[in-house]
Design a binder for this molecule. Structure first.
Ligand code: PBG
Length: 327
């Protein structure tokens, strides 16, 4: 049937009806909030390029987690800023390491929280690369050893999920193997499967103090020009045992999220990264855009593209908006 019998605007005249036929709904259950933990006590150091985000010492991180759960966001993704760094990232591989200590502290005080632990070496190496350097580049197979060791100790500390963000080949298999060998077969893996070498990570590198001291990450992170390669990365990670596959960043990669969801029968996560967050904040602070409206539009579009899970620094703000809408 054509116009005038068909009138698509008929479904838009009434708010209740509009909500009824809304194809995409963001839920607080979909959201994961990234948090940064640093040494010390009583530390709440603002991250200048990410308004509202802080490096928190463990005591204040626990308080932040309580507030996050109270706001309705039940999952956090932890990144660590260590006391000292080394060549290989081994400082991140013991129960005394910063994130492990944080997990133990959170789990002691909060029951209904889900902790995802990022696994990577860039926050822990003196050179800021995601693995062990041999002949001026990250050595894949040597790096697998520290990634596996880091994952195991994070699981021992009580992490519910391990999220490798390094982009080494074979890391999901290496992590699955060490977890299973040590009785952690219930600990899940969310793999940063299609992680691009992106300018959108700029603010994060200030937050995590993890910028590479030489070169860039293009020999391990993906070329933003590629889409088929992302499908191969995802396929490999599924074969190796990933439970959830992730696309990162999100906003400039909605086509990748869409393909991931439609080509694989898997839960798909999308990382709405630091640069995406900071652009919204900066434009909002200048009154160039309606910040909250744009934030919800972005998150809805990531969901619409096919993401089941969204990792976002906006998580608590979104939870508050959803609460207002349901009130
Ligand atoms: C570590 C890691 C990065 C991010 C998450 N894990 C940075 C990078 O690869 O340089 C970026 C997150 C963000 O920008 O919000 N490898």
């Amino acid at each position: 049937m054509n116009f005038p019998q068909t009138r698509l605007r008929r479904m838009r005249y009434n708010t209740i009806l509009r909500n009824m036929v809304s194809e995409t709904k963001v839920s607080v259950d979909d959201l994961i909030l990234p948090l940064f933990v640093c040494p010390g006590k009583g530390v709440r150091k603002p991250i200048s390029s990410m308004p509202g985000n802080y490096q928190l010492s463990i005591d204040l991180l626990v308080e932040e987690c309580k507030k996050t759960v109270a706001a309705g966001v039940k999952a956090v993704l932890l990144f660590g800023i260590p006391e000292s760094k080394d060549e290989t990232g081994e400082v991140a591989c013991s129960l005394d390491s910063i994130v492990q200590k944080a997990i133990i502290a959170i789990k002691k005080e909060i029951q209904d929280i889900f902790i995802v632990a990022d696994v990577c070496n860039c926050e822990y190496t003196t050179h800021g690369h995601c693995g062990t350097i041999v002949d001026g580049d990250v050595d894949n197979d040597l790096t697998l050893k520290t990634l596996a060791a880091q994952s195991l100790s994070l699981a021992q500390a009580g992490a519910d999920m391990i999220a490798p963000s390094d982009m080494m080949d074979g890391r999901v298999a290496a992590i699955r193997e060490i977890l299973d060998l040590n009785g952690f077969e219930k600990t899940s893996i969310m793999s940063y499967s299609a992680k691009y070498a992106s300018g959108f990570y700029g603010p994060f590198r200030e937050a995590a103090e993890s910028a590479p001291k030489f070169g860039n990450r293009s020999t391990y992170q993906m070329n933003p020009a590629n889409s088929n390669e992302a499908m191969r990365e995802i396929e490999q990670d599924i074969v190796e045992g990933a439970d959830i596959v992730m696309v990162k960043p999100a906003l400039s990669y909605l086509d990748i999220i869409y393909r991931a969801k439609h080509e694989f029968n898997m839960p798909v996560a999308a990382y709405n990264v630091s640069g995406e967050f900071s652009m919204v904040k900066a434009a909002g602070a200048n009154n160039w855009i309606d910040e909250k409206r744009v934030m919800m539009e972005i998150i809805t579009s990531i969901k619409r593209a096919g993401a089941d899970i969204i990792i976002t620094y906006h998580a608590v703000e979104i939870a508050n908006i959803l609460k207002e809408q349901n009130a």
